[in-house]
Design a protein around this ligand. Structure first.
Ligand code: SR1
Length: 366
């Protein structure tokens, strides 16, 4: 039987890595994985099950993305690529770059190429579901992240978007005392944003003292600066605003820029979603209005997606829904802990690592 440490040394890392492996553990993946946390689960000790023979020959997983720009999506890809190296998976990457028709075409092509598995990363239900159905009909295992696949045959990965909104809004409520004018940032059609919007809608009903005075939002290749422009206009038109609910880090960064440019840091706080080293920098800079964010480690989520795809290729059972839970991260916590980057944050909040989610029995794990 081939074991992961042998496979990892020979096929993934080559002679250099073979020399670098110690005590039979798999060395961390190199090069493009550099942005992923070095303490990721599949890079630590303990290999047990034999590697499925298919993985010795190389497995191809098509990663079909809707979006690729911005901190979140870059970190997510770094994690996916790192895990792919560990598992000897070839990732065939495509991005619609925000063009849903292009993403649907990329997905159709992945089905036609008969990839061993497909990961659909975001997308609008009506544009990706027809091709997802074709993939399922062709027997291609399918993992869907943050997009409703429209079939129970697919494995769905979620960050629990309702929880993300709940955590940010609980902090907003605590800080505002449950009353005040709020600007909301939202764009419909993106499953994570739609799910967070459900929580916001309910939150407003439950907290009649909270008044949404403006809704803004755009998702494009320069989301933060576009949102900054919109936020400035909304804040100038509504001088009584106390808070901005911006549940996507590009939204929150844009909102922070607007508040700073208007010199309103002492009046307005921002409640966001997602986290990155750059986000931590914005949250902790002097007089920052970004008070809290609810987030997973995007790199970890990318790893989970690749592990889930690998398990499906190997014919292993995978739960239909895999949840990577978020954690609330406050400005105070970051400042008090002297946290300046994502790796430090993961050490401080170990729940951001989820090695048990889609655990691969033939790969090293913590
Ligand atoms: C445009 S959708 C943006 C969201 O996708 C991911 O789920 C991230 O959490 C981000 O907030």
């Amino acid at each position: 039987m081939i074991h992961a440490r042998v496979l990892g040394a020979v096929l993934v890392l080559g002679a250099l890595a073979l020399a670098g492996c110690s005590q039979g553990t798999i060395a961390p993946a190199a090069s493009s994985a550099a942005a992923a946390p070095s303490t990721a689960p599949s890079e630590t000790a303990g290999t047990t099950a034999p590697v499925p023979p298919k993985f010795a020959g190389g497995v191809t997983v098509a990663l079909v993305r809707q979006l690729s720009s911005g901190d979140y999506f870059e970190q997510w890809l770094a994690g996916a690529q790192a895990e792919a190296k560990v598992l000897n998976v070839k990732l065939e990457l495509s991005s619609g770059d925000g063009n849903n028709d292009k993403q649907a075409l990329n997905l159709e092509q992945a089905v036609q190429r008969k990839a061993d598995a497909i990961i659909v990363d975001h997308g609008f239900a009506d544009t990706v579901q027809p091709a997802i159905k074709k993939a399922v009909a062709a027997g291609i295992p399918l993992v869907a992240f943050d997009v409703e696949p429209g079939t129970p045959e697919a494995v769905l990965i979620t960050q629990d978007n309702h929880k993300i909104a709940e955590q940010g809004l609980a902090q907003l409520k605590a800080d505002t005392g449950g009353s005040g004018e709020v600007v909301y940032v939202y764009v419909a059609g993106f499953a994570p944003l739609d799910q967070r919007n459900e929580t916001w809608t309910q939150f407003k009903k439950d907290n009649p003292g909270i008044k949404q005075v403006a809704q803004i939002g755009v998702v494009n290749s320069s989301t933060a600066s576009a949102v900054a422009d919109q936020a400035k206009a909304a804040l100038q038109a509504n001088p009584g605003v106390k808070a901005i609910f911006a549940p996507y880090d590009e939204f929150a960064k844009g909102a922070a820029l607007a508040v700073k440019e208007l010199g309103l840091q002492d009046k307005i706080k921002i409640y966001g979603a997602d986290v990155s080293t750059a986000d931590i920098g914005v949250m902790t800079e002097p007089n920052s209005p970004w008070a809290a964010t609810s987030a997973t480690d995007p790199s970890n989520v990318g790893r989970v997606a690749v592990r889930a795809a690998a398990l499906l290729v190997a014919g292993e059972k995978v739960e239909r829904t895999l949840t990577v839970p978020p954690a609330l991260i406050t400005q105070k916590q970051l400042r008090d802990g002297g946290i300046t980057g994502i790796e430090q944050l993961i050490r401080a909040v170990p729940g951001l690592r989820t090695p048990e989610v889609a655990k691969v029995p033939w790969a090293a794990s913590s």
